[in-house]
Write a new protein. Structure first.
Length: 301
């Protein structure tokens, strides 16, 4: 029952913000909604940039989701795509460029325009986040053995959230030696056969802090069942990035009617963790509903 240890906020963090966030995430009875900034606050600064991380922290996000890729010379950087074309002024595969070469490039913003910002290393990103915000590392599962020493070097191990869709036996095999140091959350596609059994297996073997749940439409019968099953045991994470991730209750729906977007996931399906591309908007909604402690939203957003 390795994972059950993570239900209790017993670790001592050097900085109070992360200690409070960790305690909230790992307490299944805490109903305050945790906000995850997808690729950090990319509407304000380039995705996966240090500026986007800083912006997320200023807004009051609890978690930044960051993507990791490896360069030709084995260095770990923040980058979502395997190629440089969409988010930088370079072209080609990340794996065919050295770190020094990538350092000469500029990041593009959400409108695909060149900015002053450069591609950060994973270490730089972790030092920026240290003690201030939790970090969900995406695309990191296959290379986690290479990532972990950087976490130890930067003193950010306990700030890390990892997720994946593999069966529990594979997770224990792949990440077993890390599961008492990091938070691991299974990803479960509720539309797929065996979804409920997958949840049962994880609850029996690891008792995760939370489950990330996906479903394409409201015709899926399982989201409400899962809420009942996990009540008081594990938290529920939903993504509002696009419509088929949470049955149409996404960021776009929330811009039209937040009670039918974010509100539906919270009130009907028990969401207490939401990953969004509209960090400021979600935070304002939660504060208005008293689902969130007061935090002054940065005036620039």
């Amino acid at each position: 029952m390795i994972g059950i240890i993570l239900l209790f906020p017993f670790r001592l963090f050097a900085d109070e913000p992360v200690k409070a966030i960790y305690a909230k995430i790992t307490n299944p009875d805490n109903k305050e909604v945790t906000v995850v900034a997808h690729r950090a606050d990319w509407r304000f600064a380039p995705e996966n940039s240090l500026a986007a991380i800083e912006s997320s922290i200023r807004l009051g996000a609890d978690v930044v989701e960051l993507d990791v890729q490896k360069t030709k010379d084995g260095q770990l950087i923040l980058m979502h795509d395997k190629t440089l074309d969409r988010t930088t002024t370079g072209k080609g595969k990340v794996a065919e460029w050295t770190l020094d070469s990538i350092r000469t490039l500029r990041l593009k913003n959400g409108a695909a325009l060149r900015t002053k910002h450069r591609v950060p290393t994973l270490e730089e990103a972790l030092l920026t986040a240290k003690g201030r915000v939790m970090v969900n590392l995406d695309k990191a599962y296959p290379i986690f053995d290479e990532i972990f020493p950087i976490l130890e070097k930067t003193g950010t191990v306990e700030q890390i959230i990892m997720k994946g869709s593999k069966p529990v036996a594979e997770v224990k095999k792949d990440l077993g030696k890390y599961l008492d140091r990091i938070i691991y959350m299974p990803i479960v596609h509720l539309d797929r056969p065996g979804a409920m059994q997958q949840i049962d297996d994880f609850m029996k073997e690891l008792h995760p802090v939370a489950f990330e749940l996906l479903f394409e439409s409201d015709t899926c019968q399982f989201p409400k069942q899962v809420r009942t099953k996990l009540e008081g045991k594990s938290k529920i994470w939903y993504n509002t990035l696009w419509d088929t991730m949470a049955g149409g209750h996404d960021d776009d729906k929330s811009l039209e009617n937040p009670d039918e977007g974010y509100g539906y996931l919270i009130d009907k399906l028990g969401a207490t963790i939401i990953q969004t591309d509209r960090t400021a908007y979600l935070l304002e909604y939660l504060q208005a509903r008293k689902k969130r402690n007061e935090h002054k939203i940065d005036a620039f957003h």
